[in-house]
Design a protein around this ligand. Structure first.
Ligand SMILES: [Zn+2]
Length: 256
């Protein structure tokens, strides 16, 4: 039975049987790992509150080799990102970020850059950064790190070089008006939003968080969710949760 250790973030947590918990981690050294935390739901569990979604910690696990599931031995909190849990808007954006990582990655497929990006995004949400912006900066980089960078310099269907009138964004990148009419899931994208998208992926993380985006911000949120939905085959659950939160508290975003 092999012992594994890595910094990791909880990206999924479900009750299992009477007292256990099935936990999914995104770890720096092993990528996505699923494991059983024995007796994690007992009152005086040694895991305490460590297995809450979004917690960063040091994971120690046993790989039995008999199943894909590991046995979680220890998970010691490094950063609980408490502030994220105290604000619905932050929580909803964190849920979207975590769902992207959970759904777009395969088990035991290591991506150190994606782990670093996830930690940076949760840290930014735990601070005073505007939650929508953090999710956008994360989304732009996440699809890129995983090899799904949308093409923004030409129509992906016919190769027509951008700029062209009435561009749309589909799976893989820009689509011209004629190709968009030919079918496929595309959404209109304003030229200023294309420019903002390009700048966000060229800038450093901190510069991207501070870049003035104006109206392009709301459009980018919608387009990034559509890109992720296209990759996983359906809308994210977090996007629905986010819409509910924004409906209940429309000013949440401006307040942040
Ligand atoms: Zn075209």
């Amino acid at each position: 039975m092999a012992l594994g250790k890595s910094a990791a973030i909880v990206i999924g947590s479900f009750p299992l049987g009477e007292s256990d918990r099935l936990v999914t981690f995104y770890s720096r050294d092993f990528g996505k790992i699923r494991g059983v935390a024995k007796a994690a739901r007992r009152m005086r569990s040694r895991f305490g509150s460590a297995l809450e979604l979004g917690t960063l910690g040091e994971l120690v696990f046993f790989d039995t080799g008999r199943s894909e599931l590991v046995r979680v031995d220890h998970f010691d909190i490094t950063r609980p990102f408490q502030r994220v849990r105290e604000d619905l808007e932050r929580l909803a954006q964190a849920a979207w970020i975590i769902e992207c990582v959970a759904r777009l990655t395969a088990e035991r497929d290591r991506h150190v850059a994606l782990f670093g990006l996830l930690v940076r995004a949760l840290r930014a949400l735990d601070g005073s950064r505007k939650p929508t912006r953090v999710a956008i900066c994360f989304g732009v980089r996440c699809i890129e790190v995983l090899g799904h960078r949308p093409r923004l310099d030409a129509c992906v269907e016919c190769g027509r070089v951008y700029p062209f009138p009435r561009p749309a964004l589909g799976a893989g990148g820009l689509v011209c008006e004629a190709c968009a009419r030919g079918g496929g899931d595309t959404l209109p994208i304003a030229p200023t939003t294309i420019g903002a998208f390009e700048r966000l992926r060229a800038l450093s993380w901190d510069e991207a968080l501070a870049l003035p985006l104006g109206r392009a911000e709301a459009e980018l949120s919608v387009l990034l969710e559509a890109q992720v939905a296209g990759l996983i085959g359906h809308s994210t659950r977090a996007a629905k949760f986010l819409r509910e939160v924004q409906r209940l508290s429309p000013a949440a975003d401006e307040r942040a």
